[in-house]
Design a protein around this ligand. Structure first.
Ligand code: ADP
Ligand code: ZN
Ligand code: MG
Length: 474
């Protein structure tokens, strides 16, 4: 009998608020260590936390975007544990009454829709950051991150493979980015994921014992670690062993997970309501006002793109994963309403550049205006597709306008038929043997003749016209 794998993800998303969740310190990443701190986030006795309203706005946004029920009366709770990155000795989190519960997202697994339940979303504060000096016997702590707001998004154990987990994680990252509440950066840790994995005999309804995987800081690591863990558990069960409930650390270098600690149960944390914070009451008016700020999300946008612009589902999918690409596409369409050509150029040359330069569309110096202008030049036969690619690379490099680049470099396409005809005559004259062979049936030589004309014009002759004239003459 085969095994079925069962996976649930816990995602921590760092919220992009200006200040921390319970004090006025900056929540910005990258400052000198311990410069964004105050008595509140350092956990000094006698200080009191004050909730940042923006954190609640952002959490409500996420709850609405993932079809959750929003809890009207929220409570913050203390999660107690001792670690040097946690100055108060407890983390302010939510326990019995999280801000949102019972949501879901629909993921697309190779064309099949699947509903993944969200157990809960809760708000909490981040801990500090420890670094361990490899050269000296010291560890350093940076409290800048202490008190930075997080939402934790817990899924139901509805995922059945590493691939599904990857699709789900990508989709949630797309949602937080669309909502503009989190950078969604796994590598830098603003979007962190723990994977809970268990296996059971196929057809069984009972859940197996799970292990929790940590240290998954890229999509590749998440998928590899889950696959490894499934195989590890299968090997244990195949030998009639038992899987131990524990937390395991993914060791990417060696492609394996190692046991880190036994898994705590909730009661180990001695959760209790934080007496320093009032219950948080969220009324319908507040929810409504947040609802009005919600953008169109990627799944809705994707369907609209297929309908409004007659794009394939595949194209629409690629164009809407990133909100800024989708926006760029629509800005281009306003200027140059040929969706298929625009989408081909975004998915082709533009995305190639973004990938090779590791940049986002906002970071490169090509505006939708200039990009559309370039496509217009191709469409009007002013430049060839090949020339356009060269011009595009120059636009990326210098931020120049396509018209200026074409003029400066004399790249305008030759479309004058009589001019091309003169050239064709000359080339047929110079290559008499090939002409005879062609007429005797070696039609493959067409490519050779076209090549000669293109060479003579440095690639600037219009392909269609060259072909036409050659066919006529031959
Ligand atoms: P904890 O903080 O103890 O890890 P949470 O409730 O925050 O508990 O998260 C538990 C996660 O583990 C959820 O995503 C849930 O879907 C998943 N999970 C629970 N039981 C199993 C199981 N047997 N196999 C796989 N995943 C599981
Ligand atoms: Zn502070
Ligand atoms: Mg967990």
């Amino acid at each position: 009998m085969g095994f079925e794998s069962v996976i649930g993800l816990e995602i921590h998303a760092q919220l992009k608020t200006k200040t921390k969740i319970f004090c006025n310190c900056s929540a910005m990443f990258g400052a000198e260590p311990n410069t964004h701190t105050c008595p509140v986030c350092l956990g000094m006795p006698g200080t009191l936390p004050v909730l940042n309203r923006k954190v609640v706005d952002f959490a409500i946004k996420m709850a609405l975007a993932t079809n959750c029920n929003i809890t009207k009366t929220n409570r913050f709770a203390r999660k107690n544990y001792f670690y040097p990155d946690l100055p108060k000795g407890y983390q302010i989190s939510q326990f019995e009454l999280p801000i949102a519960e019972h949501g879901y997202v629909i993921i697309d697994v190779s064309g099949t829709k699947k509903k993944i339940g969200l157990t809960r979303i809760h708000m909490e504060e981040d801990a500090g950051k420890l670094t361990h000096d490899p050269l000296r016997p010291v560890s350093c702590v940076d409290f800048n991150r202490t008190g930075v707001p997080l939402i934790e998004i817990v899924s139901e154990p509805d995922l059945r493979s590493a691939k599904e987990a990857g699709i789900y994680l990508r989709q949630l990252r797309s949602v937080v980015r669309y909502l503009d509440i989190c950078d969604g950066n796994l590598e830098e840790g603003s979007f962190r994921c723990d994977a809970n994995v268990s296996i059971r005999l196929e057809g069984s309804k009972k859940l197996g014992t799970r292990t929790e995987l940590k240290n998954l800081n890229s999509f590749k690591h998440v998928e590899k670690a889950i696959k490894y863990e499934i195989r590890r558990q299968e090997a244990i069960l195949a030998e009639c062993g038992t899987v131990i409930q524990e937390t395991r650390l993914w060791d990417h270098e060696n492609g394996r997970s190692v046991s880190m600690r036994g898994k705590e149960d909730a009661h180990d944390y001695r959760y209790f309501p934080d007496p320093d914070l009032m219950p948080l009451v969220i009324d319908e008016k507040w929810i409504q006002s947040v609802k009005e700020t919600l953008p169109e999300l990627s799944d809705v946008k994707k369907i609209r793109f297929t309908e409004q612009y007659a794009l394939s589902l595949y194209d629409a999918d690629v164009l809407t994963v990133d909100k800024h690409i989708a926006e760029f596409f629509e800005n281009c369409i306003k200027i140059f309403p040929k969706p298929k050509l625009v989408s081909n150029w975004i998915m082709g040359p533009l995305m190639e550049v973004l990938n090779s330069e590791k940049k986002t569309i906002i970071e490169i110096s090509v505006s939708a205006d200039d990009f559309s202008q370039l496509l217009k030049f191709i469409d009007q036969d002013i430049i060839s597709v090949r020339t356009a690619k060269t011009v595009f690379l120059e636009m990326v490099e210098t931020g120049g306008h396509p018209g200026d680049i074409i003029e400066k470099k004399g790249l305008t396409q030759v479309t004058d038929e009589s001019e091309i005809e003169v050239l064709v005559n000359k080339i047929l004259n110079d290559n008499k043997k090939e002409v005879i062979d062609y007429k005797a049936g070696k039609t493959k030589l067409m490519g050779f003749f076209v090549g000669q004309v293109m060479k003579a014009t440095s690639g600037k002759a219009n392909h269609r016209i060259v072909n036409q004239i050659l066919k006529k003459k031959l």
